[in-house]
Design a protein around this ligand. Structure first.
Ligand SMILES: [Zn+2]
Ligand SMILES: [Zn+2]
Length: 276
């Protein structure tokens, strides 16, 4: 158990983050809310605002302002209102669950039950870099295998992952589809961040940044924007995953697909792979 003063400082830090959202609530109402509820609301409201803001900006820039520059030539742009609304609807059902896992994680950190630390100087820069690398590899491994299991085990696909694969063509994918998953799958995608808190020491602010980046990354990978940069699992790799229902299960990089034999670069994509 860590020192009480250390943990109090940590709770004060998260309270200061919460109070940024608190200015949008009546002061007395906000003050009466338990700290956990404030944290949950902060995570949820921030996620929703960032989701809409980034998705609208992304769509405007890449599909309208720079149309046909970064997206495949003559590709049909996913502006069909019904498709976008469906992606938003599925995403909105997943987000409360993602925010709940994030809030529970923070509560466990504040309770001193995890290996989280506040300052990089506590472990040194080398150990900090090692922690981030181990963390990234574990998350990559977890997301690859849970995603692959969702395809290989048909009942899992039918019950959970098919919701995300409703959007399976270039013209039915957009950043709005990023978090559009069944709540069970959405929780599975953020659980590794919570599990790792007990296994690998991690800098507190970096943990929050890594969780947020993971969510933002899914907006990009569903955008159909061409950008093959090895070893990044760029959007065109993930588009190929949606079109074929096979290959390219990874998250940030192509390494897991390369190691486990499921990598398929978009440049060698053939019509024979297309899903029936
Ligand atoms: Zn899939
Ligand atoms: Zn996807």
């Amino acid at each position: 158990m860590k020192e009480a003063e250390y943990l109090r400082w940590l709770t004060e830090e998260t309270t200061s983050y919460n109070d940024i959202i608190g200015i949008f609530f009546p002061a007395t109402m906000w003050k009466q809310m338990p700290h956990f509820v404030q944290t949950l609301l902060r995570n949820y409201i921030t996620s929703v605002v960032v989701y809409f803001l980034l998705c609208f900006l992304w769509c405007f820039y890449f599909y309208y302002f720079k149309s046909n520059v970064y997206t495949p030539k003559d590709s049909r742009i996913p502006w069909r209102k019904s498709v976008i609304m469906s992606q938003i609807s599925v995403s909105m059902k997943a987000m409360p669950w993602i925010s709940t896992v994030a809030a529970i994680s923070e509560r466990m950190i504040e309770g001193g039950w995890t290996k989280c630390y506040i300052s990089i100087s506590e472990v040194g820069p080398l150990a900090y870099i090692m922690h981030v690398l181990i963390h990234a590899m574990f998350v990559e491994f977890w997301l690859y295998w849970t995603h692959r299991a969702m395809h290989d085990i048909k009942p899992l696909y039918k019950r959970f992952h098919s919701v995300h694969h409703k959007f399976n063509k270039e013209d039915s994918l957009s950043p709005f589809a990023g978090p559009a998953s069944h709540p069970v799958e959405a929780v599975l995608d953020v659980v590794p961040f919570m599990v790792l808190l007990f296994l690998v020491p991690m800098h507190f602010t970096t943990e929050l940044i890594l969780m947020s980046l993971n969510g933002i990354w899914t907006l990009y990978t569903h955008s159909c924007v061409d950008a093959e940069i090895w070893p990044i699992m760029s959007a065109d790799y993930h588009t190929l995953h949606h079109v074929t229902h096979r290959y390219n299960y990874g998250n940030y990089t192509v390494l897991m697909d390369w190691m486990f034999g499921t990598l398929r670069p978009p440049s060698i994509h053939g019509d024979e792979d297309k899903a029936k």
